[in-house]
Design a protein around this ligand. Structure first.
Ligand code: IMP
Length: 202
């Protein structure tokens, strides 16, 4: 198991940061946004087919930056995630952030037909100062007919999670209409972080 300590999360997405902080609140880890001189560094986003490749590429760039700052023993977390709409294989997938900025939720709704199933995926990678760990998470659901205003970020206003076998249900509401605590029952991000933090040392 990983020892609890300070962890720097490389993200400029305040929604992701809030969710990861919420999830790790009782774990003993203290999560802070990764910054250099008060700014979140921007890294080259590789042309890649998988979230894992993107996350690992950003982690390698972040480790190199830490080394140049004499901070190579700092623990750093990178998480890449995306929405996958089954009617359009691979879309928006690794391009979710870009498509969210260009089309937004309303643009996605206008593309949808009868087939509305979709899922979110997340890949979280962590450098603990010595080795890299990885966790993956999936959340299945569907694209809503309409958008809701409220909580969350990104595609939360239009994504309805499937009910879970343990009885967890959003009662047909999108992530954007439920609390962060309830979202965590379903969340791809929470599953990826769970896998990562609960992985045993090899
Ligand atoms: P990236 O991981 O920074 O490339 O961004 C992934 C994009 O996918 C985000 O900007 C959101 O638009 C979308 N996304 C990922 N996870 C979620 C989520 O939990 N809720 C809503 N949108 C998400």
């Amino acid at each position: 198991m990983l020892m609890s300590r300070r962890l720097y999360f490389l993200t400029s997405n305040q929604g992701k940061l809030r969710e990861a902080k919420h999830h790790l609140a009782s774990s003993g880890w203290s999560l802070e946004q990764f910054s250099i001189d008060g700014k979140v560094p921007e890294f080259i986003e590789p042309q890649a087919d998988s979230l894992e490749e993107v996350a690992l590429s950003k982690l390698v760039q972040a480790i190199a930056l830490l080394e140049s700052q004499d901070r190579s023993s700092d623990a750093i977390l990178v998480e890449d995630s995306g929405l996958f709409i089954h009617a359009f294989p691979g879309f928006p997938g690794v391009y979710s952030s870009h498509i969210f900025k260009s089309l937004g939720c309303t643009g996605i709704l206008s593309l949808m037909g009868e087939e509305r199933s979709a899922h979110f995926e997340a890949v979280a990678v962590l450098w603990d100062g010595e080795r890299t760990r990885i966790g993956r998470g999936v959340c299945r659901g569907r694209i809503a007919n309409d958008m809701v205003e409220g909580e969350g970020f990104g595609f939360d206003p239009i994504f309805i999670p499937d009910d879970l076998e343990d009885g967890s249900s959003s009662d047909g509401k999108p992530f954007g209409a439920i609390s962060i605590s309830l979202k965590h029952c379903f969340s791809h991000r929470r599953s990826a972080l769970d896998e990562l933090f609960n992985s045993d040392d090899e």
